[in-house]
Design a protein around this ligand. Structure first.
Ligand SMILES: [Zn+2]
Length: 184
């Protein structure tokens, strides 16, 4: 965080000097921050803005993320990142995870919750893997009837409604109740 970092409620300037811009409000006396971010005080327009710290929300190599599967392709999945090392993020950054070598037909479904480890940033794309026991799918549903599923092994699930058995690369944290609650 730099000297320009502000937290919600922080006083930034007198309303006689500056007008409230993006992510700020004026309390009748002072312009205050309405969001976490970096303040940007424009001396010409006399407007102060708070810029959201997007960079703070980009995971680094080695970080573990939890996200929502946004797309499933033949050789990879795209995941929208919701948590970085357990901290929520709202910046909606996506990472991709190759699935070609997994020998599992339905590694994940769209809207599944997955835990991944970031391994590289390449050409603007964030690459992740799920090849450790605690990585993989943490929440999923039945592909046939969208019913509730239980794990049968580390790579198989069974629907409690229709009995359909399917493959997934499950995390050892699959079915942990706090993440199920996140989705309901
Ligand atoms: Zn089912």
């Amino acid at each position: 965080m730099s000297d320009n970092s502000v937290f919600p409620g922080d006083k930034i300037a007198s309303i006689e000097e500056y007008e409230a811009g993006n992510n700020t409000f004026d309390d009748g006396d002072m312009v205050r921050a309405a969001a976490v971010g970096e303040k940007n005080m424009d001396k010409e327009t006399r407007v102060v803005d708070i810029n959201h710290p997007k960079l703070l929300s980009v995971p680094k190599v080695g970080d573990v993320i939890i996200g929502t599967v946004a797309a499933v392709m033949s050789s990879m999945i795209a995941v929208t990142i919701d948590y970085i090392n357990g901290n929520p993020t709202t910046s909606k950054v996506e990472c991709i995870c190759g699935t070609r070598n997994m020998r599992i037909r339905n590694v994940a479904l769209v809207n599944d919750i997955a835990s991944l480890k970031i391994v590289a940033h390449l050409n603007g794309t964030i690459h992740a893997v799920m090849n450790e026991p605690d990585l993989g799918i943490m929440f999923t549903k039945c592909r046939k009837c969208v019913g509730k599923v239980v794990s049968k092994s580390s790579d198989a699930i069974k629907c409690t409604d229709c009995g359909w058995i399917d493959e997934r690369k499950l995390s050892s944290n699959f079915g942990k109740s706090n993440f199920v609650k996140l989705r309901e």
